[in-house]
Structures are given as C-alpha cells and as structure tokens.
Design a protein around this ligand. Structure first.
Ligand code: SAM
Length: 347
C-alpha cells in the first residue's frame, strides 16, 4: 500500500514507487551559485505560463491521490515566489501529504520562517556551502551570508525541528570545511548532508577534477573524528547516513560516484507544469496543457499513471558509466530549452 492505505502503490519498470514529488514554484533565484547558475544571462520561463497556486495544488492533489505522500517545495529559490505561505497552507490542508518540506538557500528565510510554520510547513532544508562570508560571496556571487545564518536561526525560533543543511562540496572551494559544517550543525541540532558536485544541467563548468567523492569525504572526516560508522537503514532518501563516535549523524549524497537511481521514488514538477521523472531526463510531460484545457483529475491521473508505469530512468547511473565525463548539457541547448536547467526543474 502507498502513503495512504486506500491506494495501491504505483510502480515503474524497476519496481520503484511513485512516492515523492518536488514542486519547483519558480525558476528565479536570488543567488548565482557556481555549480548551478554560473552564467550571467538566463532564459526565464514566461510568466503567463507559470501555474497559479490553485493550479499547483490541483496537480499536487492528483499526485497524492496516486500515492505521493512527500512533497518538497523547491526552485529556483522558492522564497522569491510571493506569498508562498498561501501555497503551503493549501498543501498542508491536503490530508495525504505526510511530509511537506521546503528546500531554500535561506536568504529570505528570516522574514518568512514564522509565516511558513504557521501555514503548516513541516520541515526546512537550508542549502549552505560555507561558513566563511568571503567564500560565500565567491561561490554564490552575492553578499548574503549573514542573511542565511539569520534565516537558520529564525527557522529554529519559529519552531522548525529536523532542519537539515545541504552542502555541495567542491574541490579547492570548500572541501576543507567539512568538519566545520558538522560542528555548526551539531551546535544547532541540525543534520548536515554533503552533496557531491553533480554534472546536472546548469553545471556547465563541471569537471570531474572538482568532485570530492564520498570516499574522500569519509577519509577526511575520519582523520578528524576517528571511526565513522554507516547507519544501516532501509530508506529511499538520497543521503547515506553516518555516525561519528560521539553519536552525531551526518549524510552524504553521492549522486556522482554512487548514484541511488535504483531507489529513486521522486519526480519533479516545474513551475510551468512540466513533469520530469529523472533529474537528468531531457523529456518531460506537459501537465499544464491538459489542466488548462479542463482535463479531469481522473484523466490527469491516468496520464501520470501511464508515464510512471513506463518509467525506466536512471540518469545518474548512466552518467556514471560515461567514459569521458563532462558537463551534461551545453549552453546553447540550455538556452533553447530552459527546462533542462537545475534551477527550473528543482534540485
Ligand atoms: N534555491 C534552493 C536551494 O538553494 O536549496 C532550491 C533549489 S537548489 C537547485 C536545490 C539544491 O540543489 C541545492 O542544495 C543546491 O546546492 C543543489 N545543487 C544545484 N546544483 C548542483 C550541482 N551541480 N551539484 C550538486 N548539487 C547541486
């Protein structure tokens, strides 16, 4: 059975359930991280094509009727979409949503944490790659480090628990801060997860030389902390979790060197209603068209169900098998189809 017991689990060709949906509420972002948005200019989704909150909630309801129980709001930067708490309220009212989470860069979190909590958001994950303001400026090309730290504190004050911190590790940029990040998280009851630098679209300057692998991270951390023990758990979560000798837990998302495709139960809805079943997929399904043409919930559910049953994607695994690995998509292609961008389809 699925997230709610009345619905049989919908499975793809590899037996993976449709369980988790990432909803990108905007393709706009207020940072320009080197590994995600390294260019000066971008092609944005036309505003009239963005789904309203009502339309987003309607589509999410179709997914939850099909068994999705975890919904994560992302972007772009989700907090740049005005009145996001209104959407949160609408999704929190959907009884099938067991876990309603938000991934944010934290820049606008101090202003919004309280309202989001009141609206019914369950959890927050903040992306933060460094504790040093000058590095933050170099990696994001914006001067907002203090605002992110204030956002993390505000989330705590607003009553959020189980907050996570996601850190993309790049060789020569922040790979000497792994222990500092863990200490920062430990002091605040926040679990830190290190993400291997991925060659997803948007990462047009990716090179394997800048990837710090999970093994290398573990080696570095065990030099500092001593023995590190893997946490044994049966989970579809992307992060493998580890235990330090003092009981502190941290995670590593090794999408580049040890992809978790075989357990991947997530798909992505863009702000303009394209649905992707893999972060690396070049083809998606347009749900805005039928929705705006008046398709019923049952018709949309049939379309989604058929596509999920046919799903055989394992993008990260196929990328790993490439002999000469370089950036996945070229700049010209990204300009022709911005849906290929990580900031459009939601990380
Ligand atoms: N703006 C929000 C944020 O910063 O969390 C949500 C969108 S962002 C695309 C989601 C996550 O994707 C962030 O944690 C970001 O660090 C991660 N990300 C983006 N590009 C990446 C890459 N090339 N490799 C690994 N992680 C990446």
């Amino acid at each position: 059975m699925s997230a709610h017991d009345s619905v049989p689990v919908l499975r793809d060709t590899l037996g993976r359930p449709l369980a988790s949906l990432r909803v990108s509420v905007t393709d706009r972002c207020n940072l320009r991280c080197l590994y995600c948005m390294p260019e000066e200019e971008y092609v944005w989704l036309p505003r009239e094509e963005l789904l309203s909150f009502e339309e987003l909630a309607q589509l999410v309801a179709v997914f939850t009727e099909l068994g999705v129980g975890e919904v994560r709001l992302t972007g772009g930067e989700p907090l740049v979409r005005h009145n996001l708490d209104r959407l949160v309220g609408m999704l929190a009212a959907n009884a099938h949503v067991r876990d309603l989470a938000l991934t944010t860069n934290g820049v606008l979190l101090a202003e919004q944490a309280e309202g989001l909590r009141q609206a019914g958001l369950h959890r927050v994950t903040v992306s933060l790659d460094t504790l040093r303001p000058e590095r933050f400026q170099a990696m994001t090309r914006r001067d907002d480090h203090a605002r992110v730290l204030a956002g993390i504190d505000a989330a705590h004050r607003a009553g959020f628990t189980k907050t996570k911190l996601d850190t993309v590790v790049m060789r020569g940029r922040n790979d000497d801060e792994l222990a500092d990040m863990i200490e920062f998280g430990r002091g605040r009851g926040i679990e830190v997860r290190f993400i291997e630098y991925m060659d997803v679209a948007g990462a047009t300057r990716w090179s394997s030389a800048e990837v710090v692998s999970r093994d290398q991270m573990l080696e570095q951390l065990s030099r500092r902390y001593g023995q590190i023990t893997p946490v044994v758990e049966d989970s579809s979560a992307p992060a493998a979790r580890f235990l330090l000798p003092d009981g502190t837990v941290f995670g590593i998302i090794a999408s580049t060197t040890a992809p978790f495709c075989r357990r991947c139960d997530r798909s992505r809805l863009t702000a303009d209603g394209m649905w992707y079943r893999c972060l690396y997929a070049t083809q998606g399904t347009d749900l805005r068209g039928p929705l705006r043409a008046g398709a019923s919930g049952a018709a949309l559910a049939a379309q989604i169900g058929d596509a999920w049953r046919a799903r055989d994607d394992r993008g990260a695994e196929l990328r790993k098998a490439e002999r000469f690995r370089r950036a996945f998509v070229g700049l010209e292609e990204l300009r022709r189809d911005p849906h290929l961008e990580m900031h459009t389809r939601g990380g």
